[in-house]
Design a protein around this ligand. Structure first.
Ligand SMILES: Cc1cc2nc3c(=O)[nH]c(=O)nc-3n(C[C@H](O)[C@H](O)[C@H](O)COP(=O)(O)O)c2cc1C
Length: 482
């Protein structure tokens, strides 16, 4: 018998503007349509499908460089279609927003290569267009090839990127939360006043990396701050995720491996003054399902025939910073510190004391679903496995990658979601209108009060003039106008 539901399970779809996103080589499968990544109808159809399946959000990954670590050049990535060619992740969101009403969109943008002032306007515009359904996956980038082409000689060092990130967040929170008071935009035709200038405030930010003295160029969007997604995994990254993340992505091979990481994240979240349960942890998973376990297994075997090991190692080279073509294929990997994604090295070296991983193992694991878990089975088997991850790993939901697209998502929507709904784990209807409500429930459109961005809110005074931020919050800030 199935246990009574204890927890709402969040579903997020994972895609990227490229072929074979987390499943290198599977773009060759006859049913795969990832080659349509540059066809806007691929995105609008996918959004409608996911909304039919009551997914909370679609998350679009992004990199601004090519995977050229493996074999010391871009040739493998180009030949295999390993996240190159890659398009801009933001542009399809407006179109997807126009054909859906509830689905949220988590968009990856690397703050390392953005100016916060213009970026804040771009995200606010999308939040307006989608009626409050935009999230931002805050990343700092991991590819040297991106740095070289975006004005740097080499990547900013791993931990320094997070220092830059902290200040970037402060600037955009000030723009989104603190510059315009609610009610500033009056659009009073009689009086001829569109915006009440007394209610719009310069943010006067003068910091180590950014100087932004002026006002936000956009009026507050429904959510003001987009939902903050994050995936920091190193000690420094975890602190950042604990401070800012509302939904945090992770990747692990088993629920037992993810659990200490989740415990650590929740402890750091509490230490940052936030409710540790307000950070929703979504773990990477790829589901291969069919009506029976046997059919699902056969489907998996068929997909596995299309995996490209070279493509997988090119992907892994970009993530980890390690060129495994120079490693003995059958010797276990040992942890080394790199300037790329440190947890990508840890995942296959130090994370699981019970398992060694050789380059050959890594190539086959990454081949379907990247570094995340792959679950193969009937809808009941898949739902059981998801419940196991929730119970043992203390995760809040799943970041679902595809083996083939949209086939994997069609199977999830038609087979697995109804089973999750039967178990009371996924609601039959959306609870609110905005992405933040998909995550926290109806009514929570804006940042929770315990989120650091909320400290930048202005409190309108009775006379209509804005007061300084509340004393407790103000003490945590620098550069907030009094
Ligand atoms: C599921 C998942 C998706 C990610 N997507 C992206 C992405 O699209 N672009 C990116 O630059 N980094 C991405 N990352 C990497 C993270 O931004 C981050 O660098 C990584 O989790 C390691 O954290 P660390 O920098 O603290 O070591 C992703 C990580 C995970 C777990």
């Amino acid at each position: 018998m199935t246990q009574p539901p204890t927890k709402r399970v969040h579903l997020n779809a994972f895609d990227m503007t490229c072929v074979g996103h987390q499943s290198p080589g599977l773009w060759r499968h006859p049913e795969d349509q990832s080659h349509r990544y540059d066809d806007i109808r691929y995105w609008t159809e996918l959004a409608q499908l996911l909304e039919r399946g009551r997914f909370d959000s679609l998350f679009i990954a992004d990199v601004l460089g090519v995977y050229d670590v493996y074999r010391d050049g871009p040739e493998t990535a180009l030949r295999e279609g390993t996240q190159v060619p890659v398009g801009d992740p933001l542009l399809a969101v407006a179109a997807m927003g126009a054909v859906t009403e509830h689905l949220g969109f988590g968009v990856t943008v690397s703050l390392t290569y953005e100016k916060p002032y213009a970026f804040a306007r771009r995200m606010a515009t999308l939040d307006h267009y989608t009626n409050g359904r935009v999230g931002w996956n805050v990343v700092t980038s991991y590819l040297e090839s991106a740095a070289r082409n975006l004005g740097l000689e080499r990547q900013i060092r791993h931990d320094q990127r997070y220092e830059l990130a902290e200040e970037f967040m402060e600037v955009v929170y000030k723009l989104w939360e603190g510059s315009w008071e609610d009610g500033a935009l009056v659009a009073d035709r009689e009086a001829g006043v569109f915006t009440d200038p007394a209610k719009v405030h310069p943010i006067e930010h003068h910091g180590e990396f950014y100087d932004v003295p002026g006002i936000s160029l956009t009026a507050p969007s429904p959510q003001r701050t987009p939902v903050i997604f994050q995936a920091g995994a190193s000690p420094r990254g975890l602190d950042f995720a604990a401070r800012h993340g509302e939904a945090v992505f992770t990747t692990a091979t088993t629920p037992e491996v993810v659990r200490p990481w989740v415990d650590d994240l929740r402890a750091r979240t509490a230490a940052a003054g936030r409710d540790p349960r307000s950070v929703k942890v979504l773990t990477l998973m790829t589901v291969v399902t069919a009506p029976t376990d046997e059919e699902a297994r056969a489907k998996y075997e068929e997909y596995a025939r299309y995996v490209s090991h070279d493509g997988a190692l090119a992907l892994y080279g970009g993530w980890s910073g390690l060129d495994l073509s120079t490693y003995p294929p059958d010797e276990p990997l040992r942890y080394v510190e790199t300037d790329a994604v440190q947890s990508a090295v840890a995942a296959f070296s130090s994370a699981d004391p019970d398992r060694d991983w050789t380059p050959r193992d890594i190539a086959s694991w990454v081949g379907i679903g990247g570094m995340g878990a792959v679950v193969v089975g009937s809808p009941q088997t898949v739902a059981d496995e998801m419940e196991r991850w929730v119970a043992r790993g203390d995760v809040d939901g799943f970041n679902l990658a595809y083996a083939i697209t949209p086939g994997t998502f069609v199977d999830l929507v038609d087979l697995v979601v109804p089973e999750l709904q039967r178990r009371g784990l996924v609601p039959r209807d959306y609870e609110g209108e905005t992405l933040r409500e998909n995550i926290y429930g109806r009514g929570q459109v804006r940042l929770r009060d315990d989120h650091p961005g909320a400290a930048h809110r202005r409190v309108p005074t009775a006379s209509g003039a804005a007061a300084a931020a509340p004393a407790a919050a103000a003490s945590a800030l620098s550069g907030v106008p009094a």
